[in-house]
Design a protein around this ligand. Sequence first.
Ligand SMILES: Nc1nc2c(ncn2[C@@H]2O[C@H](COP(=O)(O)OP(=O)(O)O)[C@@H](O)[C@H]2O)c(=O)[nH]1
Ligand SMILES: [Mg+2]
Length: 346
Amino acid sequence: MANVAIIGSEKSGRTGLAGMLGKKGTESDITLYNFVKGDRIYSFVDANGYPASLKSLIQTINLSDIALVCVPSDGLNAQVGECIVALDLLGNKRGLFVITMSDKSNPAAIAELSGKIKAITKGTNLEKWESIAVSTTTFEGLENLKEKLFALGEEVRAANALKNTLPQRVMVDHFFNVTGMGCVVLGVVTQGTLKVHDSLTTFPINIPTEIRSIQSNDVDMKTAPAGTRVGLALKGIQSKDFDRGYIISQKEEVASKFNLKCRLTKFTPGLGVGDAVHLFAGLQDMPATINSMAIGGKDVTQAPPGSECNVTMTTQKDIAYSRSDRFLIAQLNNPKQRLVAGCEVA
Ligand SMILES: Nc1nc2c(ncn2[C@@H]2O[C@H](COP(=O)(O)OP(=O)(O)O)[C@@H](O)[C@H]2O)c(=O)[nH]1
Ligand SMILES: [Mg+2]
């Protein structure tokens, strides 16, 4: 079982590829595609709202263990760059570059593009990611892509197995009411082993929540290990109480004031005290204001691109998180470079 993000630039063939890899399921600004064959269970998340919506990209990445970055065979562009920066700031992902529409190109041009991808990812978390050329019209490369993907899937399975004994944590992405069943949510068990009748709490709203039943790919389950995409029927809470990104667990930190250690991208114009920004935490996102900043223990009013700084900020509403989560700061209105910094709790 692995969750796979399909990202990359607009019209790079993301949706076409998702349709080849899985069967379409839940659809919103992110669309799920499911693949089940024996014990190979994959869910693909198409960031179809991206590039208009940065949120769609960040959520898709945060829902996944593996990313497929689609790069059209006619070359790199700013959106591919933004996807690479996001993956680098969020860290710790496995993935592949998929050079799409290979039928419109030729081997020499594809080799040159692979070289360019190697060059721009040097020094990032993605520098070892392979590039694979595929075409969804001629099917060229698709078997090779699946083979590489399943190999990464095995690594993910092993990594997730180590998280089964941690406290349960479910990141919720969709929620609705089902007649006769009540509140149903969809999401991913990011750690722990979820069990029917578990008594947990939904954060940040702090509402006691019991797991009434668990399904994965339409099959009822008594337990769901780390990494499983699940549908849950819940007791004690209503679907109208939910928002995307809420977390069902034993305990989360909940705050609207943060002290974060940030690494600014090389491409942002910078960050300053008083700036209105957007904070992403898991699948949650929230307008926020920068209250103070320090570099090397000294207060500053501005931090330059590429710098490391400590930032205190206030979000408009409470956010649920755990101390090991990674955060992103973005400036959604900056047309050139929306991503500002990757952060962790200081
Ligand atoms: N020739 C060719 N066209 C493709 C391929 N994949 C997608 N397309 C076309 O490219 C356009 C954009 O594809 P789509 O999957 O919607 O891209 P998205 O915006 O990234 O989701 C569509 O018209 C597709 O038919 C491919 O492998 N070869
Ligand atoms: Mg699409």
